[in-house]
Design a protein around this ligand. Sequence first.
Ligand SMILES: C[S@@+](CC[C@H](N)C(=O)[O-])C[C@H]1O[C@@H](n2cnc3c(N)ncnc32)[C@H](O)[C@@H]1O
Length: 177
Amino acid sequence: MSDLWNSEEVLGLVSAYYEGARVPWVPTREELLDTIMKLASVKPTDIFYDLGCGDGRVALKAAKEGVKKAICVEINPTLIERARESAKVENALDRIEFINEDFFKVNLSNATVIYMYLLTSVNRALRPKLESELKDGTRIVTLDFEIPGWKPVQIIEIALPMRTARLFLYIKGVSDK
Ligand SMILES: C[S@@+](CC[C@H](N)C(=O)[O-])C[C@H]1O[C@@H](n2cnc3c(N)ncnc32)[C@H](O)[C@@H]1O
């Protein structure tokens, strides 16, 4: 296979058509991970969810940062197996839970941090669920796509080689009022 075919972006497009997925797999770039953790103020008491966790890189980073539990929710079984393999290699299996399920069907009431790299339309569809299940104070970080109708408490722009990434921080109880 050529390097192009091996690139994460192309693999993402190949997995774009997984049945039931509301968003194709496009991984968060590694160079954003530190900023995501800082923006979410992750700490040892956190229960960190990545909704649509792909290959698990963001959940794995949270686990390595020392959160109490990182929870990787992914509808595509191939991707979640890949995430599990990475966690095994990094000796983090005891700190990550893997849920191969549609994130609309997963109860989020124990979350203290939620990460989402989805689409505006999917964030909009998830909003009622976030409003009814999340505790006040829960931090929600989204990459590139806003939660329509919520007010971000912080927005960070990061220049990448081909584009500028935008990270949004929302806080339940503040952003949704
Ligand atoms: C843009 S990717 C982001 C992957 C990962 N969060 C990251 O940032 O590297 C979106 C992911 O959401 C998954 N996904 C889409 N719809 C889903 C659903 N309804 N339930 C669970 N996962 C879903 C896709 O399979 C894909 O892996």
